[in-house]
Ligand binder design. Structure first.
Ligand SMILES: Nc1nc2c(ncn2[C@@H]2O[C@H](COP(=O)(O)OP(=O)(O)OP(=O)(O)O)[C@@H](O)[C@H]2O)c(=O)[nH]1
Ligand SMILES: [Mg+2]
Length: 298
């Protein structure tokens, strides 16, 4: 039976992609509590409400540059394998680092859903994530999940099918600043002359990668009708510098998002180290405690 849709599972290393893949497909792929367990893509099938869905488990990546084989496998699969929807599995206890990859998938403009995984651990630490606000900010549906128990996975599949059937509505989240943005627009404009490239790749994304000095992205346009003009533009800039500026803007964007999406649960239980922290950093008690410790020669 031909599958109704194909889903790609991507995400940082060690976030639970294979755990979710195994629960969904009934497979027994290797799972381990260290990064780099999955080194090549694996495919399985799942039946959901009478639909056959193909699920592809990919190696973990922190980014979508072309610096490592894993990143190239993942990126090529998203771009050329044309999954109907990408599910990014996000470790809820490590949101900041995981969002770096999220912003890059959003930039690719492909249909996408986020599985906010390990919410059992994030909840236990008392730091909740307001996933609805995060979802509104990114324009991406977010489903909280616990891979080890299968919690949330039905809803995740529902969301993935819904996303595959509607055009993506991602917000443009990273503004790289006027100098870089102008250059992105120029390169994207030049790339549009190459109709093959324009049909295969999101031009803004490709322009960003080329300006970052990504050889693999540049190779895609090499020899084509846009090649000479792209090289001409590149000869006027320092791509290392562009790469650094763009990475900075991504981190700044994440830093701006985080305070708005972190929520402290009201029934937060205080653990002993929190209590010590609170007492020694107290406005009135902190200095006397510090002096007493110094006096006591501790
Ligand atoms: N507490 C908790 N642990 C989880 C959850 N999901 C997965 N794990 C554990 O996280 C660890 C990593 O899981 P994997 O499924 O191997 O992660 P992966 O993303 O496939 O890792 P790579 O293939 O290395 O990129 C394992 O020890 C899992 O049992 C979850 O929702 N909650
Ligand atoms: Mg894995």
């Amino acid at each position: 039976m031909t599958p109704r849709i194909r889903i790609a599972l991507i995400g940082n290393p060690n976030v639970g992609k294979t755990t979710i893949f195994n629960v969904l497909t009934g497979s027994r792929q290797h799972v381990g509590n260290w990064p780099g367990v999955t080194v090549e893509k694996k495919t399985g099938m799942v039946s959901h409400d009478g639909d056959e869905i193909e699920v592809v488990d990919l190696p973990g990546t922190y980014s979508l540059t072309a610096y490592s084989m894993d990143e190239v496998i993942t990126r090529d699969f998203i771009l050329d394998g044309k999954p109907d929807v990408v599910i990014q599995v996000v470790d809820a206890t490590n949101l900041e680092r995981n969002l770096y990859l999220t912003l890059q998938v959003v930039e690719l403009g492909v249909p996408m859903v986020i599985a906010l995984n390990m919410v059992d651990l994030a909840g236990g630490r008392g730091d909740g994530i307001d996933h609805e606000r995060l979802s509104a900010f990114l324009g991406v549906t977010i489903v909280p999940t616990v891979g080890t128990s299968g919690k949330g996975l039905d809803r995740l599949l529902d969301a993935a099918i819904g996303e595959a059937e509607t055009p993506p509505n991602h917000k443009q989240t990273v503004d790289y600043g006027s100098e870089v943005e102008n250059m992105i627009a120029r390169v994207a404009d030049v790339l549009a002359a190459d109709t093959d490239i324009a049909a295969r790749y999101p031009l803004r994304w490709l322009a960003v990668k080329i300006l970052e000095g990504d050889e693999n992205a540049l190779a895609k346009v090499c020899g084509g009708p846009a090649s000479a003009r792209v090289e001409e533009i590149l000869s006027t800039i320092d791509t290392d510098n562009y790469e650094a500026m763009m990475a900075d803007r991504r981190y700044e964007t994440i830093a701006a998002i985080l305070p708005g999406v972190r929520k402290r649960s009201t029934d937060r239980r205080i653990n002993p180290s929190d209590l010590v922290d609170r007492v020694v950093t107290d406005r009135y008690l902190g200095i006397p405690i510090f002096l007493a410790l110094m006096w006591g020669g501790v």
